[in-house]
Design a protein around this ligand. Structure first.
Ligand code: MG
Length: 348
């Protein structure tokens, strides 16, 4: 019998996180644990308010989920089909269940999840470190702090894009990813910006324009001198089917995809369609980061730094050393002694 437990948890950020659509100093989470025949799997929902979920909505959703009709811990596809049918939306809450189920399956099989998926093992993989929108002197400081990273991801889409770039370039010459978070509202402005970014060593641009500006995005995709990656536009598997009309690549995040089961399908479909695959994250603990790492061999670009800029990450899992996530080959999603962390979380 599967039994779900959960705890609301507020993840505190070290610095204000500012993008083109708002700012915050903490992120609400719902941490989950699922027990099955003496094995416990751990999961997590990270819910930045912009995406519409909350701790209350996630708790309400999980209370409606009844896994008592299921007995095969390896048939996660059937369980997630059922979970998805309980109510629309709630993708982060669904992901928290999916991840805990994969953790259980890996622990029973005594394999890390990437091996359950028949994916190759990676010793380590470089991640970008995100620099959020700020005043130039603060951006310089953050860029210097990120000196161990071989790639930086710069948030743009505000009025000071040029200042941001100058500030970063004055202290670093690593390759850059740029994320405009829908901030450029005019197609020729977006194209001008992308030409300018190319001259500054930018590798690709994420979500340059608003998600409802489809015709403009298709126009921009044809003309852009840099690859364009869909993030807010690409939530789930059905979004990948037409993604190549608008984007050269997609950003898969487990809290959007409802977890690993559908995230894996999205990555495979994207590759079949010749799209680039980026693995991304929210502000989150080592639980979601370690789970996402299991798909790393399918990704062209890794942006899994959401556990680094936080002050109260309760879990230990896949670690980041010198800008690289290091595989630990721990069975399941890769958390180390999560039951001790869960006890501490419960004591709060
Ligand atoms: Mg993004």
């Amino acid at each position: 019998m599967f039994k779900i437990r959960f705890r609301p948890y507020t993840l505190n950020l070290k610095y204000v996180f500012r993008i083109s659509r708002g700012e915050r100093l903490s992120t609400p989470l719902l941490l989950t644990a699922i027990d099955y025949e003496g094995v416990t799997g751990y999961g997590e929902a990270s819910m930045p308010p912009l995406y519409g979920e909350s701790q209350d909505s996630a708790i309400n959703f999980i209370k409606k989920v009844d896994l008592s009709g299921f007995n095969d811990p390896f048939d996660i596809d059937s369980m997630m089909q059922y979970v998805d049918s309980v109510e629309p939306g709630n993708t982060a809450a669904k992901a928290s269940i999916d991840i805990a189920l994969h953790d259980i399956a890996g622990k029973i099989a005594k394999k890390p999840v990437y091996k359950l998926f028949d994916l190759p093992g990676l010793e380590s993989v470089a991640t970008s470190r995100t620099i959020s929108i700020d005043k130039p002197d603060i951006i310089k400081e953050r860029t210097k702090e990120a000196k161990d990273f071989q790639i930086l991801k710069i948030k743009m889409g505000s009025i000071n894009d040029r200042e941001v770039m100058e500030a970063v370039k004055s202290v670093s010459d690593v390759p850059l990813y740029v994320d405009a978070n829908q901030g450029w509202k005019e197609k020729s402005l977006a194209l001008d910006n992308i030409h300018w970014l190319k001259e500054h060593g930018v590798v690709f641009v994420e979500q340059p324009m608003p998600i409802d500006m489809k015709d403009e995005m298709a126009w921009l995709k044809d003309k852009s001198p840099l690859p364009i990656v869909g993030d807010e536009s690409i939530q789930r598997l059905t979004d990948v089917e037409r993604a190549d009309d608008f984007y050269h690549g997609i950003n898969i995040k487990l809290v959007k995809s409802t977890g690993l089961n559908e995230g894996l399908k999205m990555a495979k479909l994207a590759k079949d369609k010749g799209l680039k695959v980026m693995l991304g994250c929210m502000s989150e603990t080592s639980c979601l980061i370690s789970a996402a790492f299991q798909l790393a061999s399918l990704a062209d670009w890794i942006d899994l730094d959401g556990n680094l800029g936080v002050t109260n990450n309760p879990y230990q899992g896949i670690e980041t050393i010198n800008g690289k996530l290091i595989n630990n080959d721990v069975p399941g999603i890769g958390l180390i002694n999560p039951e001790l962390s869960w006890e501490n979380i419960t004591k709060r």
